[in-house]
Design a protein around this ligand. Sequence first.
Ligand code: IPE
Ligand code: IPE
Ligand code: MG
Length: 240
Amino acid sequence: MKHETTHSPASHVAVIMDGNGRWAASRRKPRSAGHVAGAAAARKVVEEARRVGVRTLTLYAFSSDNWQRPRREVMALMRLFRRYLLAETERCVANGIRLRIIGRRDRIAPELLLTIQGAEKRTAGGKDMLLRVAVDYSSRDVIARTAMAMKGTRDDRASFAAAMGEVDGTGEPVPDVDLLIRTGGEHRLSDFLLWECAYAELYFSTKAWPEFGPADLDEALAEFARRNRRFGAIPEVAAG
Ligand code: IPE
Ligand code: IPE
Ligand code: MG
């Protein structure tokens, strides 16, 4: 007889937090106000992810292509990011959350870089959840640079994933994504975790990121629990 599936949340959840600008525009506010509201939404979703037992949460905060945005918006995002780290670091420590930033570091302003390094060091002992925030992140860039670094070696996928972790700044093998969530109504990856999402379950929400709350995360996780993952094999047959 088939027994009830126990509710085991996705181990690695990744989120493309999209729709801040449109959320703000629809309220006649500047785009930066949308980003401020987006940071508040992130805080609550992080808390919920940890509460329900997600082991790794990766948030897409700023893509390498986002440098193309007006300087004012980029500056506002970077300021906000630094403020978020300063405000959240102690909360992460209190909640057993280890914080890591993934992406290029060579184009990050020195002040922000120091804050990043401080937050990573301060939260290094966190055992309950790993919170990865992608800043100046491009998945193609990580893959391409890893390929160049490994040129001529005859290694397998596991060592490639490990080498990608050296390139993305964490020094830890990149984890496969179980559940990828994108808010804001778009159905694309926008250069996020291309390798890691090989067998990710995809979940799209029409809600703008500032409106996406803990209950929406729960709903995405419930939908994930109903999916049948096969990884290319034959569907599991009920034992009989
Ligand atoms: C996502 O919201 C946040 C970042 C990309 C930094 P957007 O700023 O892309 O908002 P929309 O997509 O323009 O509404
Ligand atoms: C992806 O959103 C990047 C982040 C959410 C940080 P974008 O808004 O930049 O993606 P596109 O331009 O719609 O593909
Ligand atoms: Mg967008």
